[in-house]
Design a protein around this ligand. Structure first.
Ligand code: ZN
Length: 211
């Protein structure tokens, strides 16, 4: 992404940003962009000082944000869910630049549609997009593989499909960690999976016809 706005960096620092944007801001800050590093430093100091001393005169918008932040923190568990960013490790439509995966995964979905494999915190998330009945929609079939954890770790976990940061569908995995979203309109989505350690985010995944 381009440099985030001051507001986005502020939201990011106080942990109140929407998850997808938050990961993008975090990724951008991790690039070491000097302008944003300076903003981050300054805003961090503002937050630290306003947290400790009410007598400082800060812009009203800054105070408002800090007050909102306090309300969220004291209201409950909002904002405390750990976000786990998933990494793409296999894509049937782009086989060349990615590391090999264990046999049995690759190739199965390559004949039609798209198969991708993501990894986060030792979880493997296998996603397949297959043509639906209508020309502009596809089925998404996924499986959450919990790696070294007990198999029941992925049983009944909640899975949400988002487009432009809005939830468009929600489901739960079955006992084998398999979930399905039928007749998804071709496009680019985010997928969020609630696992015991936090929330896995698969960001900007394109359906087979949207690649
Ligand atoms: Zn920047």
């Amino acid at each position: 992404m381009n440099c985030p706005s001051t507001e986005e960096i502020m939201d990011y620092l106080r942990g109140a940003i929407r998850p997808v944007t938050g990961l993008e801001v975090g990724a951008h800050l991790a690039t070491g962009c000097p302008a944003c590093a300076e903003q981050r430093q300054w805003l961090g100091e503002v937050l630290a000082v306003t947290a400790g001393d009410r007598s400082y005169d800060f812009p009203a918008a800054t105070i408002t944000r800090v007050v909102e932040w306090y309300k969220e923190q004291t209201a409950g568990k909002a904002g405390l869910i750990r976000k786990l960013a998933a990494q793409l490790v296999f894509d049937s439509l782009q086989p060349s630049h990615l590391a090999p995966v264990r046999s049995g995964m690759a190739g199965a979905g390559a004949a039609a549609g798209r198969q991708v494999l993501y990894r986060a915190e030792g979880y493997d998330i296998d996603l397949r997009f297959e043509g639906g009945d209508e020309s502009d929609d596809e089925d998404l079939i996924g499986q959450i593989l919990p790696g070294d954890r007990p198999p029941q770790t992925s049983d009944r976990v909640a899975v949400r499909l988002l487009r432009d940061e809005l939830e468009v569908a929600a489901s739960r995995a079955n006992a084998r960690g398999v979930f399905k979203f039928a007749r998804v309109r071709s496009g680019t989505y985010d997928l969020m999976i609630d696992v015991p350690e936090g929330e896995i985010l698969i960001s900007r995944i394109a359906t087979a016809r949207a690649v």
